[in-house]
Design a protein around this ligand. Structure first.
Ligand code: GSH
Length: 288
């Protein structure tokens, strides 16, 4: 095998390892600079970016608002991870792991910080009593699939996406390994959705909202331009479910928030009011 690497006795930080995002990776945690977070007028303050992990939360917030939960009004601030804004002191205070999304609930006596997208979805679902069934077995099923997503997506993003799209050289071994795993995951989902309208069963839940931005996007060809490589057309049930979710207006709106790529009219870089969407064109997002 080419590109053979013999690990040294002790790993040391190779600052010039290359690859997209190499400039923001460090082997230590904590802030790199002082920067307070802005605070807007709404009870919920979201600090995020329009990546699949960020979109999970903005879809949930837009779904809550559409369902009449006015307490879910939120300010969505942009955290530019390419410029290292996740290492600002204010952001690290609300997420010591320095990754978007992170949220602060300022509706009570003391602000509450929440990080990790799955934890944010559960927090919001419990706060508003929505999109997380209270009766068993539907609740267990929802949480099982929510945590399936949290455990599986790093193989799709950090594994397949990294080596297929971002690594400085294309290496067959890791691309093969992670393509196999991602196709296995898609097959798990496809079989589940063959007999169930939604991931957790007959109800639309936070499990769908967590899984859709990653796997629903993958079968639409949105991730890593890898649709053909992974033969995503094979996963007909995932495609049916992905289309069904994308037909929802709150899902379309959630996908626009904190978005920094695509056509300018499809990006709502910060969201502070429901009327902010009026200047945006949802149909063109669909066409992308
Ligand atoms: N498990 C975390 C993953 C969050 C995550 O990986 N966020 C990425 C963007 S999608 C990030 O902020 N990366 C910045 C960095 O790694 O420095 C979650 O679901 O919230």
């Amino acid at each position: 095998m080419s590109n053979e690497y013999t690990p040294p006795k002790v790993w040391t930080w190779d600052k010039a390892s290359g690859g997209q995002f190499a400039n923001i990776n460090r082997p230590v945690s904590g802030p790199t600079h002082d920067r307070e977070l802005p605070v807007g007028k709404h009870p919920l303050q979201l600090y995020s970016l329009g990546t699949p992990n960020g979109v999970k939360v903005t879809v949930m917030l837009e779904e809550l608002l559409a369902a009449g939960h006015s307490g879910a009004e939120y300010d969505a601030w942009l955290v530019n991870i390419g410029q290292g804004e996740q290492f600002g002191s204010g952001f690290v205070e609300i997420n010591p792991n320095s990754k978007i999304p992170a949220m602060v609930d300022r509706s009570g006596a003391e602000p509450i910080r929440i990080f990790e997208s799955g934890a944010i979805l559960m927090y919001l679902a419990e706060k508003f009593g929505a999109f997380l069934p209270t009766a068993q077995p539907a609740r267990a099923e929802t949480l099982s699939w929510l945590f399936w997503q949290m455990g599986s997506a790093p193989f799709l993003g950090g594994g397949f996406g990294h080596f297929y799209a971002y690594a400085p050289e294309k290496l067959e071994y890791p691309i093969n390994r992670y393509a196999m795993e991602v196709k296995r995951q898609l097959d798990v989902l496809d079989k589940r959705l063959a007999d169930n309208e939604f991931v957790a069963g007959s109800e639309y839940t936070i499990a769908d909202m967590a899984i859709w931005p990653w796997y629903g996007g993958l079968v639409r060809g949105w991730q890593y331009e890898a649709g053909e490589f992974l033969s995503v057309h094979e996963y007909k049930n995932v495609i049916r479910w992905s289309d069904q979710l994308y037909a929802r207006e709150p899902v379309k709106r959630g996908r626009m928030v904190n978005r920094t790529s695509g056509k300018p009219e499809t990006q709502l870089r910060e969201r502070h009011d429901a009327s902010d969407f009026k200047t945006k064109t949802q149909d063109k997002v669909a066409a992308e």
